[in-house]
Write a protein that binds this ligand. Structure first.
Ligand code: SAM
Length: 233
């Protein structure tokens, strides 16, 4: 991939980074996102944080290749430990990981947050887990996007610290408070797929179970099937 030519997914993440932001991109394999945004003149400064040496070196190489060393600092660090107070970060992107890992990174790095930063999160799976963390930590979901690339469906969640407690319903947490209102074609395709998977699992459970008491796991799946059927109506 050319560093200016971001994937649709990463380009969509970049759309939510405010102009003139001071960005921290956490898990910044190759630093593609900060480099592309800097070359476009969208951001002022960036930290590219990576915990693994190989991707960290790739990020360093990319930043050097584009002559951006002064404006993009690449740090080998775990999660938000890449951020220093003097960076004066205004936006954080964490993309291309599971929702539970993004949640763990935010939770472990809470003390590094000034709470003024915009969070732009792109979990590959486990969106509900991440929304629960945002609710518990009083972050308002201000934008949500669902998109498809190479037959994979991705969600992007944009959140900012709220001034009063945030509450989401079980449906908001599962489907996304904004996505479940717009219900576009990609949203419907995702949840049709999720529904079919759960129905197949429950069928297998019923066959394996043969008259025994319904397990808690089966009950959970059955409840989710009802929720999905409802949202798809
Ligand atoms: N953000 C890029 C994207 O969306 O295309 C790269 C995604 S890549 C699949 C995930 C990257 O996150 C890997 O390079 C991995 O080493 C890094 N990573 C995982 N856990 C991390 C952590 N706790 N702190 C920093 N980086 C992490």
């Amino acid at each position: 991939m050319n560093h200016l030519d971001l994937s649709r997914r990463l380009a969509a993440v970049g759309e939510f980074v405010p102009a003139k932001a001071r960005l921290a991109d956490i898990g910044s394999d190759h630093a593609y996102l900060p480099v592309a945004l800097m070359l476009k003149g969208k951001i002022e400064f960036a930290v590219a944080g990576e915990v693994v040496k190989g991707p960290f070196e790739s990020a360093q190489k990319q930043v050097r290749k584009d002559g951006l060393e002064g404006r993009i600092i690449v740090r080998l660090a775990n999660g938000l430990a890449a951020i220093e107070p003097s960076d004066e970060i205004t936006a954080i992107t964490i993309a291309g990981m599971g929702g539970a890992l993004i949640r763990d990174i935010l939770e472990a790095g809470k003390t590094r947050l000034t709470q003024k930063e915009r969070l732009i999160l792109q979990p590959n799976i486990g969106e509900r887990t991440l929304r629960v963390w945002l609710e518990e930590n009083q972050y308002q979901i201000i934008e949500e996007v669902i998109l498809e690339e190479n037959k994979k469906i991705y969600e992007i969640i944009v959140a900012e610290k709220a001034t009063s407690p945030v509450t989401y319903s079980p449906e908001d947490l599962m489907f996304g408070p904004l996505l479940r209102k717009t219900k576009n074609a990609i949203f419907k395709a995702k949840w049709q797929r999720e529904l079919a998977q759960r129905e197949a699992i429950v069928q297998q459970m019923i066959q394996a179970n043969k008259g025994a008491e319904i397990s808690e796991r089966q009950q959970t799946f059955e409840a989710e099937i009802k929720q999905i059927q409802e949202v798809l109506k």
